[in-house]
Design a protein around this ligand. Structure first.
Ligand SMILES: *Cc1c(COP(=O)(O)O)cnc(C)c1O
Length: 396
């Protein structure tokens, strides 16, 4: 049998994935497992989804040949401009899809978790658009780090709940969102922001983000007269922007996949979020995957300068691909990401999100050939990170 990197019928990618959930959520999750594929491939759904992606989000996003960056690194680099989406990142692609799904399932209340606030803003945005009640859980530390996004969510009409447990970041926000869902299973739909959580979320989010690689196929055909690149490059937090750029190429071995996870202050420093390098198999937020944990199975607190990558787990699709050698995963530290954020700004006039700057860090660790065509996912814009960037300039 040919090897595949797509999900199987039981919700597994190799040994990873599945749905490990409290009993009270069984019927919700089973219902979603039964319905999601039918709904998101239904022509009426697709029509509404695609219309909003075009008229509201601003798709297709450009595939931009970054000439000065290409010159510097001796290969042909295209940037997939997800930073140009409404609300500033790829997160909106998924939020639009899931809110349409929630409507079809008759739900009236939306909950979400958020780290940097990009998924929270995307969810609050689609809730305003669809006139739905919206509650966003956010670690108390992230509320401080990302206050502009908190203000946006509140202006959009969402209730932002700061979470005081744990180290007050993304993992803790996920825990609270799951707790809320358990208390309100009948009217509430949980919009998960990445390719994590119990099956079917990882596959569903990947499919809703796959619009990115569908566009890349067409755009490469126009620009390169072939519909595939030599390399795809993306950063991974939970793995949704990466899933989006690779989805159409998962089983196409002509295309090499290079992913960047957050090394924080260094993989071995004790301050990192490099889950694939450091993680061991375990269960987090309903899914069997790699996670950072102590020898007795306690989750280790992750660290990254970038709130969007500050998560101790990784989507099961990516755990499997890394384990099978389908992807090459590099750990990019804070300083490298910051340096590349400034470099891209000066070379191309594009201020990237700190998360996306980790993907650019791949060019420091890896040599490419002159004829290599590389597509890098510029997952978001840097507005939310301006304070960090300005502080760096003052220090230098
Ligand atoms: C949330 C976020 C990420 C990380 O999440 P993934 O699910 O791994 O894509 C990366 N970049 C930006 C701009 C984000 O907002």
């Amino acid at each position: 049998m040919r090897q595949t990197f797509y999900v199987n019928d039981e919700g597994f990618y190799g040994e990873f994935g599945g749905a490990y959930i409290p009993e009270i959520l069984y019927s919700n999750v089973e219902n979603l497992q039964r319905e999601y594929k039918k709904i998101i491939t239904d022509p009426q759904f697709l029509e509404a989804y695609n219309r909003l992606l075009v008229d509201y989000v601003g798709r297709p996003t450009p595939l931009y040949h970054a000439k000065r960056l290409s010159e510097k690194y001796g290969c042909k680099i295209y940037l997939k401009r997800e930073d140009l989406n409404h609300t500033g990142s790829h997160k909106i692609n998924n939020a639009i899809g899931q809110i349409l799904l929630a409507q079809r399932m008759g739900k009236t209340r939306i909950i979400a978790e958020t780290g940097a606030g990009q998924h929270g803003v995307a969810t609050a945005t689609v809730c305003a658009l669809m006139n739905m009640e919206c509650v966003v859980y956010m670690g108390a530390l992230d509320v401080q780090r990302q206050h502009l996004n908190v203000q946006k969510m509140e202006m959009l009409g969402a209730k932002v709940v700061p979470v005081e447990s744990g180290n007050q970041t993304l993992k803790d926000a996920c825990n609270e969102a799951i707790r809320d869902w358990c208390c309100n299973p009948s009217n509430t739909y949980y919009i998960i922001g990445s390719t994590v959580g119990p099956h079917p979320y990882p596959d569903m989010v990947a499919r809703l983000q796959s619009v990115i690689s569908k566009e890349i196929k067409q755009q490469l055909m126009e620009k390169e007269s072939r519909d595939y690149p030599d390399y795809l490059v993306a950063c991974v937090g939970g793995g949704s922007n990466a899933a989006g750029i690779i989805f159409e190429y998962l089983d196409d071995v002509r295309v090499k996949i290079v992913l960047a996870e957050a090394a924080g202050k260094g993989v071995d420093s004790g301050f990192s979020a490099a889950t694939i390098h450091l993680g061991k198999t375990g269960i987090i937020h309903g899914s069997k995957t790699l996670l950072m944990q102590t020898d007795d199975g306690q989750i280790e607190e992750p660290y990254s300068i970038s709130a969007g990558l500050d998560y101790p787990g990784i989507g099961p699709m990516h755990a499997n691909m890394a384990k099978q050698g389908r992807s090459e995963v590099l750990a990019i530290d804070d300083d490298t990401a910051l340096a590349f954020a400034i470099e891209l700004t000066r070379l191309e006039g594009i201020i990237p999100a700190l998360e996306s700057a980790h993907a650019l860090g791949v060019f420091r660790q890896k040599q490419f050939k002159k004829e290599d065509v590389i597509v890098l996912c510029l997952s978001g814009r840097g507005d939310k990170d301006m304070e960090t960037y300005l502080k760096l300039r003052i220090e230098n």
